[in-house]
Design a protein around this ligand. Sequence first.
Ligand code: CP
Ligand code: NVA
Length: 303
Amino acid sequence: MDKHFLHIKNLSKEEILDLIKLSKDLKSKFRNKEDFKHFHNKSLAMIFAKPSARTRISFETGFTWMGGHALFLGPNDIGIGKREAIKDIARVVSRYNDVIMARLFDHAHILELAEYSDSPVVNGLTDYNHPCQIMADILTISERRDSLDDLHVCYVGDGNNIVHSWLQLASRLPMKFTCVCPEGFAPDKETVNLAKANIESEIIVTHDPMEGVVGADVIYTDVWASMGQKEEAEKREKIFADFQVNGKMMARTGKNTLFMHCLPAERGRETTDEVMEAEYSVVFDQAENRLHAQNAIMVALTS
Ligand code: CP
Ligand code: NVA
């Protein structure tokens, strides 16, 4: 493993499969309330420039269960990049803490934080990507299938940070990945090309949701306006109207398809109550698996 966990593309296929295995092992230990004090006498700094429920709660709960202490540093605490230079904060915080988790706006800022930090840095979401989420997602899918072979994931919505991490996963793990988005909302071209460079994966970016979802094992969606874009929400609502994942779209796949969403969901916009509450919806398994996937990532980084 790399020193830091910043991008899924920095992992090999074997490292991804090993992380899934370790996540399952730690999940069973956590559920059985076993002692696992890997982080005894250690501390985790959690730096948040954006809001969070799952990321904050799962990192803090996981690190505490593993015997350590987690510090929450919110948007008004250290003012990363505002009150103090990122490279200075990196060296200060890493002298106090054994692991740093950060959720930042600008992706370049997490790269700088990692460059200057002596402790491993875990990316808890940037405007560009969300690797912890996608490790939890692939863990969730692996629990529902005999194998990860012949997997078709279809993402419907904005070509955002979630899509970039899915594309990076597809660059390492063979799969068919379709992104169905309105024109003008496609994911980053370089990241699409990175995924396409894996000849074992099939990558499609298209604009017709009712065609794109056919045959999908998973339909995945996310908010139409991400954190930092909320002032565009109203304008986007019109542009994305045909991209709502509803019962009719789920039925188009012709298969028993899972519904996934990283949450938080804006019910009535990108998806409906019906889909969120359906038997095929695994959104709360995904949320739970954030805890186990991240525990595995932090253990792997420090072993
Ligand atoms: N999925 C996710 O990262 O949720 P939060 O924004 O609540 O942390
Ligand atoms: N794309 C969303 C994901 C939230 C977990 C955002 O960045 O706001």
